[in-house]
Design a protein. Structure first.
Length: 201
């Protein structure tokens, strides 16, 4: 008898239907929060998952400290990217999750942001083109930022502030379907829709 009941194999067909769209890139914004402002994380319990599609999905909501919200960063269209790769050795493998976010401009607000974030631990919620949000950041591991600015030279160059957020995670950029609390109201991590007062979408 196997003693690995919590690691029952969930492998099944991964199909892609002819004519289905799989859009590249991310939307033109992300939401960020300092890890110290997160008082409770959603969870992933592998032993309770019944299918491949359920494995990388958080259950529950992020709970933030009083008066804290997810802040929105507007990005240069078609510049953001989310990348995932396996790392480590047998039995201890994890994933390296990297989000690259290009903010337009190098003015005071963008410069102030990277000044504050330079020695902080940040967590980002990144929307795919289809509106589903994924997480760059982990409760168990320390996320790191690489921050830079480039004013460009010629009139056709890009003046931008770049945030590269890298995080080790047990899962590959988990999906988050819970509530995202922002200054402009709550939205759903499942599809980016507005959550009406009272819980409706």
């Amino acid at each position: 008898m196997s003693t690995c009941e919590d690691q029952v194999s969930l492998y099944s067909d991964v199909q892609f239907c002819q004519g289905k769209k799989s859009l590249p890139g991310i939307r033109n914004h992300v939401y960020g929060c300092s890890k110290r402002d997160i008082v409770k994380w959603p969870k992933i319990d592998r032993s309770q998952k019944a299918s491949l599609a359920e494995v990388p999905v958080y259950e529950g909501d992020f709970e933030l400290a009083a008066d804290k919200k997810w802040h929105k960063l507007d990005l240069i269209p078609n510049q953001g990217q989310l990348q995932v790769e396996s790392q480590g050795t047998y039995g201890s493998k994890t994933f390296k999750v990297t989000g690259t976010f290009n903010l337009p401009g190098t003015e005071e607000d963008a410069t102030g942001y990277i000044s504050e974030a330079n020695n902080d631990e940040m967590v980002y919620l990144v929307p795919q083109r289809n509106g589903k949000y994924r997480v760059v950041g982990s409760e168990a591991f320390t996320p790191e930022l690489t921050l830079s600015q480039d004013t460009g030279q010629a009139a056709t160059d890009t003046n931008q502030t770049t945030i590269s957020a890298e995080a080790t995670d047990e899962y590959p950029a988990p999906f988050y379907t819970g509530k995202i609390e922002t200054e402009n109201g709550d939205i759903s991590g499942a599809d980016g829709s507005i959550i009406e007062a009272g819980g409706g979408v």
